[in-house]
Design a protein around this ligand. Structure first.
Ligand SMILES: Nc1ncnc2c1ncn2[C@@H]1O[C@H](COP(=O)(O)OP(=O)(O)OP(=O)(O)O)[C@@H](O)[C@H]1O
Ligand SMILES: [Mg+2]
Length: 530
């Protein structure tokens, strides 16, 4: 047979097949197709000696990405780079080569205990109407494992377990920590939609660079270490492997910095949850399910995020003659209150996440899904939070980050100026004892502003700043006392009585109240520590 004849025969054969397929599609009764498929598969199983197992990317209503799928992806990725011809570059990391994985519709082989298996990747894109207004459905990927039926036992009992274990181990080894933030639910659909977006987490903060009392720092480090090693302990006491921290204190005292230090200390990811974009409790739940283990879930400025300071409080304030109006002038001056009221206004109509929804998120039934998570709340005003949110046992540990003390200053001086001691330290210690300055402000003064500045210039700048702050505080206190005296004269009472009756009016009283409640919480925290 010549080559020309062979081609003619081949093309007529293909045409015949296509014709048969068209006839089948058009005329074969639809009802009988199911039977045909069933019996042809049965027939195939007699002739075809291979078994296939499919691992889908999403299981159970697509709530969560399958862990098995991720592990398999990593396993095949690391083994396939030498054999597969089409690879996908996933992440480019600093100082690391490309991370490559097998591309879609590619097949690789693997050998385990002398048994050969085939892995193939594929994807299905759900059909959508061409002119539909619905968002495009997300493609679903899957891996198909094929092996001979005589190897069934080895594969199902040993090989798959080996793949999952290896995959997870490789993932841990290659892991680059991430900082996640939640997407608005309007973007939860469509191509490659995800609930969380991430960037690589590269914050350099560590506990060594964190300025705070050494004893407190060591306590927190011990607590974190105990938690991260406590898998069996939590299982024994029947508690979800979670721990809640409440970080509170004035602005610039290192709450956010401490979260980064915690993540670096434990080698955890951070999920920065922006509550204001979460529409309701069910969205909150979905977000929680999508978080992975070894992570810190952070809700910053919890008092501003939502009206979680309690509907209860609000109703109370409505009936009573609470000091809402009196607060107004203070609020106008206070940037945090301003921040809060703006956020409140903005979110009034948008977010329906409730206190109970959030509590369920922290320690309800839903909190049990997936372990090894730390939940951190931060706030500037701990006394504004609903008691239910901070009661003993709910937030396991309450940490107060306060104004800069001398010990904290020493850490900053060592970090910023590489100074362990200096003749000006004595003066600074004295001033820090009399003034309230946040570590952020102290750090700012200590930072050299030009190459010409030396350590002494920086220390002198700090002394000047401390003296100014001290003077301002003195003037404020004087003004408050004067005001109280005036009000007392008008009503015929002594100034101290006026101050007492007006409650939180004077700056001094505000401070004292704050400190008192902070102390209470601290005490609770100490009890709660377990
Ligand atoms: N305790 C600290 N140790 C070291 N640096 C600090 C500390 N506190 C603040 N800083 C410095 O000040 C900056 C601001 O601190 P940070 O953002 O952590 O404050 P915060 O308590 O989260 O404030 P806010 O309440 O406004 O969110 C940081 O970039 C850090 O460099
Ligand atoms: Mg902060």
């Amino acid at each position: 047979m010549t080559t020309g004849e062979m081609w003619t025969q081949l093309s007529s054969g293909i045409t015949g097949l296509m014709l048969a397929w068209v006839m089948f599609e058009q005329y074969f009764p639809y009802q009988l197709r199911g039977y045909l498929q069933k019996y042809s598969q049965k027939l195939m199983s007699y002739v075809y000696p291979y078994i296939q197992i499919t691992f889908h990317e999403f299981t159970s209503e697509r709530l969560k990405r399958s862990e098995a799928f991720s592990a398999i992806q990593t396993y095949i990725g690391s083994n396939s780079t030498k054999t597969a011809k089409r690879l996908k570059a996933e992440v480019v990391r600093n100082n690391h080569p490309l991370v490559l994985t097998m591309d879609d519709y590619e097949e690789v082989t693997d050998v385990f205990n002398g048994v050969k298996v085939w892995w193939a990747s594929s994807k299905t894109v759900p059909k959508t109407q061409p002119n539909s207004f619905h968002p495009v459905a997300e493609e679903r990927r899957q891996y198909r494992l094929t092996f001979h039926k005589r190897d069934r036992e080895v594969i199902t009992e040993k090989y798959i377990e080996h793949v999952l274990k290896e995959g997870k181990a490789i993932a841990v080894k290659n892991r680059q920590r991430k900082l996640f933030t939640n997407n608005s639910s309007e973007n939860w659909y469509g191509w490659k939609s995800t609930k969380w977006s991430h960037v690589l987490f590269e914050h350099p903060a560590t506990f060594d660079s964190l300025a705070m009392e050494t004893k407190m720092k060591e306590g927190i480090k011990k607590d974190l270490t105990r938690f991260s090693k406590g898998k069996d302990y939590y299982a024994k006491i029947g508690k979800a492997w979670k721990r809640g921290y409440l970080l509170y204190g004035p602005p610039g005292t290192g709450k956010s910095t401490m979260i980064s230090a915690m993540a670096n200390f434990l080698d955890y990811d951070i999920y920065d949850l922006e509550l204001t974009t979460v529409k309701d409790n069910s969205e909150l739940r979905k977000l929680l399910i999508e978080t992975t283990g070894k992570s810190i879930i952070v809700i910053e400025d919890i008092d501003c995020s939502l009206d979680l300071t309690g509907q209860r409080k609000k109703t109370k304030e409505k009936d009573g003659d609470d000091d809402d109006d009196d607060d107004k002038s203070d609020k106008e001056k206070d940037p945090i209150s301003k921040k809060k009221s703006e956020a409140e206004k903005e979110n009034k109509n948008r977010s329906k996440v409730t206190l109970s929804g959030l509590l369920n998120f922290i320690d309800g039934i839903w909190s049990a899904c997936g372990g090894e998570r730390i939940i951190v709340f931060t706030t500037n005003y701990v006394d504004r939070l609903d008691p239910a949110l901070i009661r003993t046992g709910r937030m396991d540990k309450h940490i107060e980050l306060s104004y800069c003390c001398f010990e904290a200053f020493q850490v900053l001086a060592k970090n910023y100026l590489e100074l362990k001691s200096h003749e000006l330290f004595g003066k600074i210690e004295e001033l820090l004892g009399e003034t309230k300055m946040s570590p952020a402000d102290v750090a700012e003064s200590l930072m050299p502003k030009s190459d010409e500045e030396d350590e002494e210039d920086c220390l002198k700048r700090l002394i000047k700043a401390l003296e100014t702050t001290k003077e301002e505080a003195r003037k404020k206190a004087e003004e408050a006392a004067l005001k109280a005296e005036k009000a007392g004269e008008e009503s015929g009472e002594t100034p101290s009585q006026v101050v007492q009756e007006n409650g939180e009016k004077s700056a001094k009283e505000v401070k004292e109240n704050g400190e008192k409640s902070a102390k209470e919480v601290k005490e609770n925290g100490v009890i709660a520590e377990g």
